[in-house]
Ligand binder design. Structure first.
Ligand code: NAD
Ligand code: AHE
Ligand code: ZN
Length: 368
C-alpha cells in the first residue's frame, strides 16, 4: 500500500513529506493506521546526527497511537479494530530480560530494531524500490506503520488518540521513572533537571507519590508556570545562582533524596548526582547524551552513599503497564491535555522541531 510519511533523508535536514510504499505485515506483525503522534526530543536528537544508532533515510517518530487494520499470520494478542500504542520497548514475556524482575528492557528484537529493520532483517517501507529504515521499531511519523505484535500495547477504545499517544513515550518515561524505577517514597525531596516533555511528567509522578519538595531546574523561566501547576514547589534558573548544587543542598537540608536528569547534558548529569544527599541520595539519568559524551564525578560521591542510575521508558513493561497508564489518565489520576501545547498536520511537522528548539512547546502532537 501507499501511505504518507515524513522522511528523514539526512542528519540535520528538515523532514520531507511524501508518499512511501508500505509492504504488508508478515507473520507475527501488525499493520497500524496511526491517528496521532507526539514529537519527542529523542526524535530531534536522532535527526541532529548525535545518535550513534541514527541511520538514514528513515521514518522517525516513536510516540504514537492508532488502530490495527491488518494482522499477519499467527498474530493472536491483537485483532483488527483494536486501539494500540506502539512500543519502542517491546514486551515478549519470554526473553531473559522479560523474565528478570529488575528490568523492562526486553531484548528479543533489540538488535534489528537498532539497525532500523524488522526482526527478519528487512524494512517494510520503501520509495521507488529503495528501502527506507524504521526507527526505534515504531516509525510513527507515517500515517501507517508495521510493528511486531510484541511491540504494541492494546488500550481501551474510549481513550482519545490525540492525548494518549504521549503515553507512548513522555508520560510513561517521566511518571514511570518515579513510580516504577526509583520507587520514590512519600515525603521525599525530589529535584528535576529540565522541565520539558519528560521533566514535567517526572514532576507529576513525584506529586502523585506524595513527594515533599519538588525542585525544578531549567534555563528557561517560561517553564515555571506549568511546572508549578504540575506540583513543583521551588524553581532554580541556573543563570540566577552561583552554584546550582549548593542551592539545592541548602533548600533540602543536605541534598535531594532523588534527582532526575531530563535534559541529556553530561554537565547537568553531574550536578544531578552531586546535589543528592550523602548516604542515600539516588540520581536517575533519563536524558540521552550524544555520541562520544561521557559522565564523570569524583568516585568519593559514590563511596559516600550516592548512587547513579538510569531509566528507559520509565521502567514500564509496555504491554502490561501502558494500558494501566491509559486508565490513570482516563480516571483523572494523571494529566496530559495541559502538556500538549501544539497540534499540527503531518505537513507541518518541521514546525514541531522548531518550537522545541525555541523552547516554546512542551509537546507537539501531529494529527493524521
Ligand atoms: P525538551 O526539549 O522538551 O526539554 C528539555 C528541557 O531542558 C527544556 O525545558 C530546556 O529548557 C531544558 N534545558 C536544556 N538545557 C538545560 C541546561 N543546561 N540546564 C537546565 N535546563 C536545560 O525534551 P524532552 O522531550 O523532555 O526530553 C528530555 C531528554 O530526555 C532528552 O534527552 C530525551 O532524548 C530524553 N528522553 C529519554 C527517555 C528515556 O527513556 N530515557 C525517554 C524520552 C526522552
Ligand atoms: N540510540 C541511543 C540511545 C537512545 C536511548 O537511550 N533511547 C532510550 C529511549 S529515548 C525515548 O525518547 C532507550 O529506550 N534506551 C534503551 C535502548 O535500548 O535503546 C544511543 O546512544 O545509541
Ligand atoms: Zn521519546
Amino acid at each position: 500500500m501507499k501511505t504518507k510519511a515524513a522522511v528523514a533523508f539526512k542528519a540535520g535536514e528538515p523532514l520531507r513529506i511524501m508518499e512511501v510504499e508500505l509492504a504488508p505485515p508478515q507473520a507475527g506483525e501488525v499493520l497500524i493506521e496511526l491517528k496521532a503522534t507526539g514529537v519527542c526530543h529523542t526524535d530531534a536528537f536522532t535527526l541532529s546526527g548525535d545518535d550513534p544508532e541514527g541511520a538514514f533515510p528513515a521514518i522517525l517518530g516513536h510516540e504514537g497511537a492508532g488502530v490495527v487494520i491488518e494482522v499477519g499470520e499467527g498474530v493472536s494478542s491483537v485483532a483488527v479494530g483494536d486501539h494500540v500504542i506502539p512500543l519502542y520497548t517491546p514486551e515478549c514475556r519470554e526473553c531473559k530480560f522479560c523474565l528478570h524482575p529488575k528490568t523492562n528492557l526486553c531484548q528479543s528484537i533489540r538488535e534489528t530494531q537498532g539497525q532500523g529493520v524488522m526482526p527478519d532483517g528487512t524494512s517494510r517501507f520503501s520509495i521507488d524500490g529503495e528501502p527506507i529504515l524504521h526507527y526505534m521499531g515504531c516509525s510513527t511519523f507515517a500515517n501507517h506503520t508495521v510493528l511486531p505484535e510484541i511491540a504494541v500495547a492494546k488500550i481501551r477504545k474510549d481513550a482519545p488518540f490525540d492525548k494518549v499517544c504521549y503515553i507512548g513515550c513522555g508520560v510513561t518515561t517521566g511518571v514511570g521513572a518515579v513510580a516504577f524505577d526509583a520507587k520514590v517514597e512519600p515525603g521525599s525531596n525530589v529535584v528535576v533537571f529540565g522541565l520539558g516533555g519528560i521533566g514535567l511528567n517526572v514532576i507529576q509522578g513525584a506529586k502523585l507519590v506524595g513527594a515533599n519538595k519538588i525542585i525544578g531546574v531549567d534555563l528557561n523561566d517560561s517553564k515555571k508556570t506549568l511546572a508549578t501547576e504540575f506540583g513543583m514547589t521551588d524553581f532554580i534558573n541556573p543563570k540566577d545562582v552561583d552554584d546550582v548544587v549548593a542551592k539545592i543542598i541548602e533548600l533540602t537540608d543536605g541534598g535531594a533524596d532523588y534527582s532526575f536528569e531530563c535534559i541529556g547534558n553530561v554537565n547537568t548529569m553531574r550536578q544531578a548526582l552531586e546535589c543528592c544527599h550523602k548516604g542515600w541520595g539516588e540520581s536517575w539519568i533519563i536524558g540521552v547524551a550524544g555520541a562520544g559524551q561521557e559522565i564523570s564525578t569524583r568516585p568519593f560521591q559514590l563511596v559516600t552513599g550516592r548512587s547513579w542510575k538510569g531509566t528507559a521508558f520509565g521502567g514500564a513493561r509496555g504491554r502490561t503497564d501502558v494500558p494501566k497508564i491509559v486508565d490513570w489518565y482516563m480516571e483523572g489520576k494523571i494529566k496530559i491535555d495541559e502538556l500538549i501545547t501544539h497540534t499540527m498536520p503531518l505537513e507541518n511537522i518541521n514546525e514541531a522541531f522548531d518550537l522545541m528548539h525555541e523552547g516554546k512547546s512542551i509537546r507537539s502532537v501531529v494529527l493524521y
